[in-house]
Design a protein. Sequence first.
Length: 466
Amino acid sequence: MIREQIDAYFADQEKTLVEAVSRLVAIDSVEGEPAPGAPFGPGPAAALREALAIAEEWGLAARNHEGYVGTADLNGGEDALHILGHLDVVAPGEGWTVTRPYSPKLVDGLLYGRGADDDKGPVAASLLAMKAVKDLGVPLTKNCKLIMGTNEESGSGDIAWYFARHPFAPATFSPDSGFPVINTEKGGFRGRFTRGWPAQEALPRVNWFHGGIRINVLPGDASAGVEGLTMYDVQPVARNITSRTGVKFTFAHEDGVTVIRAKGEASHAAYPEGGNNAITGLIALLCALPLAEGPCKDALDALHALLPHGDWKGRALGVAQEEPIAGPLTVAFSLLELTPTGLDGRFDSRAPLCATEDNCLNVARAAFEARGFTFEGNQGKPHHVPADSPFIRTLLRRYEEYTGLKGECLSTGGGTYVHDIPGGVAFGCTLPGFDTRLHSADERVRVSDLLLSARLFAHIIIDLCT
């Protein structure tokens, strides 16, 4: 009976959903400078105001919690279910072809734009699921609360702030990943390494290097300025590096310096195997050039040895490991800045359940310090919820009912919003096999997946709140 009511309700909701997602995607909500009522900058604050406006328009009780998060409630009862979504996004980057990052565009059932998948589309689908339950008049004995955050991409300080002041719910899921259920998340393992040296006079030399946009994005672009070599000196070497790495290079002569621009393919740092790292590709090229001996060349050679191109499992660093539930450790060399007097770099590793500080963080520290770097880092714990919990069984049962696909528990290297939530899991909104181009150019979401998610979420709300 409930299933038929839900299906009938959503038969004509596609336009409503697309319009709501588009309203959110149109807002540039990359983290910015904090301000009163906007702890993570004006962009996330604006997206939060828009999401709360949508919630109110749809008859939900909406509240802004000092700009950290917003909440939407179905009723005033005790919380039985929390849904966590976020409205901040990563920087757009380059290479967009279908539309501009903040100009949502629907093409052949796919909605394009930064945040369409991560996580504005899922937030809108969750709001629509709550609206459906309300409009259908299903009597609930407990409350479902959607918590909309503004800082997931830069540390989840929003959620930490909220749950320091409010209790957890008995059940929590976040539509911040994919289906079926992700009950295991790798631990975060991040390192920063620096090294300084006196300015070098000898030529040829690297004057500067710039690569990466943020630590959790494997970089698709990097550039460097080399003095003492012409582009014609560099091009034959670059062709060989391209044939080995797939990273492509272009050249320009600017102010007496040969500028080399590397083009790889960006990806989420949790899945470095899905991208092609422009930083490590460009370092490979620089190390193959006849640079003058000195501390800068030595530092680049050391980075090439410790974090070589294509070594996304951390073998050269000495931290490679794997176990059956969470899979292998991964490493993404994601940020590097080099000047005439030093460098500053960072990597983002996702570590499985077997990882410890002794076999990860301390090993990496020793390896970098042995090559003359100053190293600092931190390692967070993984997150795991037993697959046989009643909550997970409910999610998988409804998933199989609505999709006809096998329901199972999976692990991820990506940190979701529930990483620090007791008993929380990731659930939705992408069906298996679809590439959303997460954190890359032309990010997109399949509208049919969002609609299915909204239907599924509506039924789960009814299951858990009646």
